[in-house]
Design a protein around this ligand. Structure first.
Ligand code: NAP
Length: 245
């Protein structure tokens, strides 16, 4: 996969950051997308580039089609067309269903699913022309089984799975693979709103007895993006320590 160009959305921290670092260390050109955290994203790419990698940090709110289109243009000018798209950017929120406002609902869907529509539409014409490309979408175990007090999050992540399966069928004849990774509980800033007791219970409920690391997800994504996974499309792989089987 040397010299391929990879776009990772939401790569200023957490799982996206780890995915971007892994791909950069494997000699790929990596675009680290961020929305607010310019400083962190710039620091990551500076560190990588000082060690011989080829990475760039580009801002775009994935929920805004025009911002995404501008980002892809810039990326194309820097590294050429995108070969691998990792749709990772996402938000979560914990609320009783009855407390979810219309604004909460729309923001969840605008970022977690419309963001994937925006980014995928922007890179697809080149992939279809080249008859080659890999798209990996990040869902969640809650998109598989649902989480209480996270109905809008769970619904948006279930939509990611539906999008993956449908798009894989549509793009198969164009030799483009579309797969989904549905992480279990992973130690990132996204867990900041959980109490120590919540975390303890989640560990207890996980057969392997541990919380996952961003690298657990990055390794799975890397496998799906590699030639080893060339016959895999439309699938959901869930690294989750056995939490959901
Ligand atoms: P995180 O630490 O909160 O990081 C989220 C990333 O998404 C940040 O880089 C953030 O960038 C970016 N982002 C948020 N809104 C954006 C927008 N509108 N446009 C572009 N980027 C945006 O979260 P994480 O835990 O790494 O989660 C990454 C993905 O894995 C998400 O899709 C999440 O749902 C999924 N996931 C996480 C877990 C978990 O336990 N952590 C489990 C299952 C699934 P800025 O800070 O620059 O805005």
């Amino acid at each position: 996969m040397k010299n391929k160009t990879v776009l990772v959305t939401g790569a200023s921290r957490g799982i996206g950051k780890e995915i971007g670092i892994l791909f950069a260390q494997k000699n790929m050109n990596v675009i680290f997308n961020y929305c607010y955290n310019k400083e962190k994203a710039t620091q990551i790419v500076d560190n990588l580039n000082n060690n011989g990698a080829r990475a760039v940090a580009l801002k775009a709110d994935v929920s805004q089609k025009s911002e995404v289109e501008k980002m892809i243009k810039k990326a194309n000018n820097i590294f050429g067309e995108i070969d691998i798209l990792i749709n990772n950017a996402g938000i979560s929120q914990q609320k009783l269903f009855t407390d979810i406002s219309e604004n909460d609902w729309n923001r969840m869907f605008d970022i977690n699913i419309k963001g994937i529509y925006n980014c995928t539409q922007a890179v697809l014409p080149a992939m279809i022309r080249k008859q080659s490309g890999k798209i990996i979408n990040i869902s969640s175990i809650w998109g598989l089984v649902g989480a209480s007090c996270e109905v809008h999050y769970s619904a948006s992540k279930a939509a990611v799975i539906g999008l993956t399966k449908a798009l894989a069928k549509e793009l198969g004849p164009s030799k483009i693979q579309v797969n989904c990774v549905a992480p279990g509980v992973i130690e990132t800033q996204m867990l900041d709103n959980l109490s120590p007791d919540d975390i303890k219970n989640l560990k207890y409920e996980t057969p392997l007895g541990i919380i996952g690391k961003p690298s657990d997800i990055a390794n799975t994504v890397y496998f799906l993006a590699s030639d080893l996974a060339d016959f895999i499309t439309g699938q959901v792989i869930s690294p989750n320590g056995g939490f959901v089987i």
